[in-house]
Design a protein around this ligand. Structure first.
Ligand code: ADP
Ligand code: DP6
Ligand code: CO
Length: 363
């Protein structure tokens, strides 16, 4: 944390943090409790390298600020600071500040930039709210009263954000409504848990194919709310499919078994998009290009006689391909053959969590 000193009597305190995105292998899709933003099922994701996909967020606090404000990619999001999501993050972190009285009456200004398409199905809300919570925690020297508490705050910004506070392979445990003696709030145990850290599987790679950088027409929040209300397939998925897949994919990841990891990841992406099609009215996030990539991946794996690459699609048309270092050039060349425009970025998968990015150093 640092302060600018244009006016010694009322400094502006600032902290800047960079947080990665994460792409789920077993998807979160559905809220059990909209107020606390808890999920209908556990989920698990890989944290991607921040080199290519990250949110960079500066949080500033001053007695001179009249109200909380938020700028996203250089444009003010009018009214955003009153939203339930933003309030949960700001008020949640303020409550954990090392010196709560110092920050209580200060208003917060936040400016955030994403280095990748916003609201296009590459988990910008995950990187964005993780960076927001991490920047606020850095600013106020917030301390968790129990392990994972910051992730319970981040998930109230956006569910997937709780998984971006850790590197590697990270699960979001759905949790229970029981009031926790430690946290004092219901759903205090709906939090992210690191299954394996960023050093566990360094050969894992992600190839990101930006099929479209346009803002999606149905936000994740709206889409999953309609799915919960209308999809019978989603109920089957929650009760029967996800619990088994969570156990299997954790084992596969820990054993670095790409064959199983890839197959489970692809099947779960397919089921998530089937749930979207089973939603009424149906939601279509993937497009023809997305589906062509699915076909190419299966044809390539069949030719290779093993699973060398696995696709997954979040709520958008853009592909994330998980593969291993030894196949990444081949996979890149294969995709470039079909899609010659420079739409791909290769990045380390199972990478590190957020880091302090402060450039204003006069602490
Ligand atoms: P995505 O698939 O990109 O996560 P969502 O529909 O889940 O799409 O969420 C997109 C919304 O998340 C944006 O419209 C914006 O409100 C919020 N968001 C995205 N990036 C950031 C950020 N860096 N800081 C704060 N909020 C963000
Ligand atoms: C398909 O976390 O963006 O990416 O909690 O309403 O902000 P809100 O939704 P969000 O949903 C992510 C859905 C997903 C799957 C996943 O990341 O697990
Ligand atoms: Co999102």
């Amino acid at each position: 944390m640092s302060s600018t000193n244009d006016d010694e009597s009322s400094p502006i305190w600032m902290a800047t943090v960079s947080a990665p995105t994460n792409i789920a292998c077993i998807k979160y899709w559905g809220k059990k409790d909209a107020k606390w933003n808890t999920p209908t099922n556990d989920s698990v994701s890989v944290t991607l390298d921040q080199k290519d996909l990250r949110a960079v967020t500066t949080a500033a606090a001053s007695i001179k600020f009249e109200k909380d404000r938020l700028w996203l990619n250089g444009e003010e999001e009018v009214g955003a600071s009153d939203s339930k999501r933003f309030r949960a993050c700001v008020d949640g972190v303020k409550a954990l500040a090392a010196d709560p009285s110092k920050w209580k009456d200060l208003k917060i200004h936040v400016s955030s930039y994403n280095t990748f398409p916003t609201a296009a199905g590459l988990a910008s809300s995950a990187a964005g709210y993780a960076a927001l919570v991490a920047a606020l925690a850095e600013l106020m020297s917030a301390k968790e009263t129990y392990q994972g508490q910051l992730t319970t705050i981040a998930r109230q910004g956006s569910g997937s954000a709780c998984r971006s506070l850790y590197g590697g392979f990270v699960a979001w445990k759905a949790g229970s409504a029981e009031v926790s003696t430690e946290g004092g709030t219901p759903w205090a145990d709906s939090m992210a848990v690191q299954i394996a850290d960023e050093n566990h599987w360094p050969e894992l790679r992600a190839v990101i194919m930006v099929v479209s950088d346009e803002k999606k027409d149905t936000s994740s929040t709206a889409g999953m709310s309609t799915s919960v209300a209308t999809s019978t397939l989603l109920q089957h998925r929650i009760a029967k499919v996800v619990p088994e897949r969570m156990a299997s994919i954790e084992k596969a990841f820990l054993e670095k078994d790409f064959e199983s990891f890839g197959e489970l990841t692809m099947k779960d992406s397919n089921q998530f998009h089937s749930v979207c099609a089973d939603t009424y009215p149906p939601i279509f996030y993937m497009n023809d290009v997305s589906r062509t990539i699915v076909r190419i991946v299966h044809a390539y794996n069949k030719w290779a006689g093993e699973t060398r690459v696995a696709y997954t699609y979040d709520a958008g048309p853009n592909a994330v391909l998980y593969t291993l270092e030894k196949y990444v050039v081949e996979v890149g060349a294969l995709m470039a053959h079909y899609f010659p425009s420079p739409a791909t970025a290769t990045t380390a998968a199972a990478a590190d969590g957020y880091f302090n990015d402060s450039t204003f150093a006069n602490d």
